[in-house]
Design a protein around this ligand. Sequence first.
Ligand code: SAH
Length: 395
Amino acid sequence: MPQPPPNLPTVKVSPRGATRLNNGHFWVYRSDIVTTDGVPPGSVVTVTDHRGKPLGSALYSSSSQIAIRMISREPVPDFPALLRLRVADAIAYREPIVRDTDAYRLIFSEADFLPGLIVDRYRDILSLQILTQAWDSDPLRQTLISELTTRLNPDSIVERVDPRVRELENLPARASGLLHGSKTATIFNMNGVQFHYDALEGQKTGAFLDQRENYAAAAQYAHGEALDVFCYQGAFALHLAPRCSHVTAIDSSRPALEVADQNATLNHREIEWIEANAFDLLKDYAASGQQYDTIVLDPPAFAKSKRDLDAAMRGYKELNLRALKMLRPGGILMTCSCSYHVSQLNFLEMLASAALDAHKTVRILELRGQSRDHPILLNVPETAYLKCVIAHVSN
Ligand code: SAH
């Protein structure tokens, strides 16, 4: 039997945890951990089954419900060396698939075999986010920064901190800030549309890069009068504008709409931005008989956990029902969900039920997901989260 490398601490998992790993998943939950005697938080560990047989190497979190995230099925005596290889692989993976953009996700956690690490590129600025204890080590951060600067030569690297993640991971509070260079603002280009980027502002790491290919798809079908609901900084609206006679876009966040308006100026587009609660506004619009030819619905994740699923489905149905009623014959609905807990089947069933209630005939033009720079790892279902349906709607 191969022996684990002697220098790494060992975490023993239950038969159920071992089965999960043998089925190709990357995670073991705390309830499936047998022993973690003296393992320091955030260590690289050797994982064994309950009999002591090595199953590979992982990052260990002492506080997350996901105690183990695998980094390799082999022993990993030198994690920084593996990190350098994985960064090179992530860059190479994207070379043939990322087109018409200088903003995209460079490293997507498990899907790039670097669990808990996200790196997004916005032209000459890299924005990184760490989601687990292991990445909080300074030497590891230094290795990552040196690898990213050597390979990509960015003007700067910024770390975006989600305070809730640090709390859950039992890490000391830390502010977002520069890790390399001094530049924090730039302009990036996606599908020929330009966007202002401020590395220390905005939601996520600044933009919703996972929708990039869907923006281009939406533009192909858009026509007439368009409504972009949950528009954030205006990405869908700006992609629809060249094809539409008028675009109205709604969001509840004033800071997002301020950037959206600057983006419209940057691209010489006229878009009507409305600060409102989308649920209230759609209700008013529907009541007053407002009609559109193209509607985009891209709400925030309604189901953050399985428990929220019923309420989430009611939210999606209300929005989609109103949108379907407001579409003129021949209209286009582009409807999205970024909740992992809502499956594609759940989402299509919701849409089917909304179509019946709205007395509309809906034909699916495209079933889409996240952009390919957010890879889906076949045996890790959690890596597939974005659903995007493009549909033709008639009476
Ligand atoms: N379509 C955008 C991303 C949308 S993210 C893009 O591709 O860039 C979801 C957006 O919904 C956020 O901008 C958030 O501010 C907004 N939002 C959340 N709740 C809302 C509500 N009740 N009414 C209107 N906007 C809301």
